[in-house]
Design a protein around this ligand. Sequence first.
Ligand code: ZN
Length: 78
Amino acid sequence: MKKDFFEWLFKALKIDVNNTSKSGLENVNRYTRAGKNGKIIICPVCREPEVVYHFSWAAMTCPSCNTSSNKNDWLVGV
Ligand SMILES: [Zn+2]
């Protein structure tokens, strides 16, 4: 009985994670706006979130992993 429960739990968690990674993020595009309070963008290399207040840059170096990524490679939550 316990084993069944854990199998069910792992299945449920896995489905949850997959859904989040598939539909939760999209690439920054020319329609992405920061707004007044800034926008959280996710580094495509290390997946660390950073806050930006404008998108008038072509590439940005991530403070966490020190990798420079093009604007269109950064991710935003949908
Ligand atoms: Zn990074």
